[in-house]
Design a protein around this ligand. Structure first.
Ligand code: NAD
Length: 496
């Protein structure tokens, strides 16, 4: 069994903590490794390495930094199948999906390759007589990136390419459920020529997170995970003087209006509901059928969902297992609760026959119809392959449902009516909106983030928000050899 350690200053670091957590292959149920859980001293050692590497990396030229980024981009592109295999082995998502995750992360690396342009400031000549002003963006220092289990490669990559390109040094704290992707990435950075200490990994749980939030050397924290922890990280991190962006959970609605193309909508609902076994923060979990479309739509969705092959992600199946046994059981218990509360189980994933080992954490696609907003299957983020159909009569009812929801990550509307679609994107209180697009994850040059309980902080991830998050601006006012020096003047500086 492998031991999964930390990464500090360009090498593996065992740490001094004896605590570990098991890492399991969800498709077999077999424990494949033991991940180290850092104690405070271990975290401090990793943070110290990031702090020591900062001055030189901050002063490395943009030419040097972008050369490393381009090289990293090339290596990642060449070897992305390796990373996808690591993701599938620890997370369970099927290989094609794992590859998709890496590709979306790669987009952020490509965006960060343009950092010289993104860091450009402004310059004003003669703001006052012979006085010029310019602005610059400078890195913050060592920053922490705390990641959830569901995208072990992509979510850290939403942040670290930009953080590193901007001249910061990084400590990644992966999920203890799938910790290996970050270590593989650390080795790739080294191969790309990144100086030791710029990219570090600390494995761990709450102990590690708390030290990252409190350690004064860490200047900013990018967190992604469930809403209660995101709120905690935001409150604790900002209380310790840090810049924090904390992306939380989600409950994403897909509205289908009566004029929608129902085949398109049914395909989209199935792809977005069951892709990655519903373990995506942008998964569709509530399908809001407006008016008379409901029966026909549910039939088309069910017909498609029945064809999904659930099984081991290395065997060419469509949908893999859930990440742990306890998570699988929890999601199944929501199906029980929905059924007991009066929802109709149209397709029952609890009875799935999976193409995989008996001890895998299997749960098949589940469609629940006649779900009402009081049911726990609707109110809670389930994070599994369960699509709940809520029937409403009007567009206004659908909109009110979404806007009353405490989450606001993603949403979609399916319609052929441009006016209705425009009204929806104008009125809906959600951070990312799809029009006939079920998972509207923006490209890297836009920013990713939700509203309400789906994000705490002011900045979304990547895009210009990411550049701003990982830099701080400085405005410099200059006067050179000015013969018009006017003598003493204690008044507040004014332009003349
Ligand atoms: P999680 O909140 O359990 O864990 C996230 C991170 O927090 C992990 O690194 C974990 O080790 C750490 N952590 C766990 N408990 C902690 C505690 N008590 N104190 C401090 N740190 C703690 O989330 P998860 O189960 O790994 O991931 C799934 C969740 O992430 C879902 O809610 C999903 O919606 C959310 N998510 C959101 C986005 C987004 O962009 N908004 C993206 C991906 C995932």
């Amino acid at each position: 069994m492998q031991t999964i350690a930390h990464w500090l200053d360009g090498k593996s670091f065992a740490g001094t903590s004896a605590a570990t957590a098991p890492v399991t292959n969800p498709a077999t149920g077999v424990v494949t490794g033991e991940v180290a859980l850092a104690n405070v001293a271990d975290v401090r050692a990793v943070v110290d390495a990031a702090a020591a590497a900062f001055p030189a990396w901050r002063d490395a030229s943009l030419a040097k930094r972008t050369q490393v980024l381009f090289r990293f981009r090339e290596l990642l592109n060449e070897r992305k199948e390796e990373l996808a295999a690591i993701i599938t082995a620890e997370h369970g998502k099927v290989l094609a999906d794992a590859l998709g995750e890496v590709t979306r992360g790669l987009e952020v690396v490509e965006f960060a390759c343009g950092i010289p342009h993104l860091l450009k400031g402004g310059y004003t000549e003669n703001a006052s007589t012979k006085v010029d002003i310019f602005s610059i963006r400078q890195p913050l220092g060592p920053v922490a990136i705390i990641s959830p289990f569901n995208f072990p490669a992509m979510v850290p990559m939403w942040f670290f390419p930009i953080a590193i390109a901007a001249g910061n040094t990084v400590v990644v704290k992966p999920s203890e459920k799938d910790p290996s992707a970050s270590l593989w990435t650390a080795e790739l950075w080294q191969e790309a020529g990144l100086p030791d200490g710029v990219f570090n990994v600390v494995q761990g749980d709450k102990v590690a997170v708390d030290e990252l939030l409190e350690n004064p050397a860490i200047k900013a924290v990018s967190f992604v995970g469930s809403t209660p922890i995101a709120r905690y990280v935001y409150e604790n991190g900002t209380a310790h003087g840090k810049r924090v962006q904390a992306l939380g959970g989600a409950k994403n609605h897909m509205v289908v209006l009566p004029d929608a193309d129902l085949d398109l909508a049914a395909d989209a609902a199935v792809n977005a509901g069951f892709g990655s076994a519903g373990e995506r923060c942008m998964a569709i979990s509530a399908l809001v059928a407006v008016g008379e479309v409901a029966d026909d739509l549910v039939a088309r969705i069910t017909q498609r969902a029945e064809t999904i092959r659930t099984g081991d992600g290395t065997r060419g199946t469509d949908m893999g297992p859930l990440v742990t046994k306890s998570h699988r059981d929890k999601v199944a218990s929501y199906i029980d609760a929905g059924e007991n509360a009066g929802a109709t189980v149209v397709l029952d994933g609890r009875r799935v026959r999976a193409d995989g080992e008996a001890d895998g954490f299997w749960l098949g696609p589940t469609v629940l119809d006649h779900v009402t907003p009081e049911m726990s299957v609707y109110t809670d983020e389930i994070f599994g392959p369960v699509l709940s159909v809520v029937r409403v009569e009007t567009y206004d009812e659908a909109l009110a449902l979404i806007n009353a929801n405490p989450y606001g990550n993603g949403t979609a509307i399916f319609t052929n009516d441009g006016g209705a679609a425009r009204r929806f994107h104008n009125e809906v209180e959600v951070g990312m909106v799809g029009i006939n697009v079920p998972i509207p994850v923006p490209m890297a040059y836009y920013s990713f983030g939700g509203w309400k309980n789906s994000l705490f902080g002011d900045s979304h991830a990547h895009g210009i928000d990411g550049v701003h998050f990982f830099t701080r601006t400085k405005a410099v006012t200059t006067r050179w050899l000015d013969p018009s020096h006017g003598g003493l003047n204690l008044g507040f500086p004014q332009n003349h």
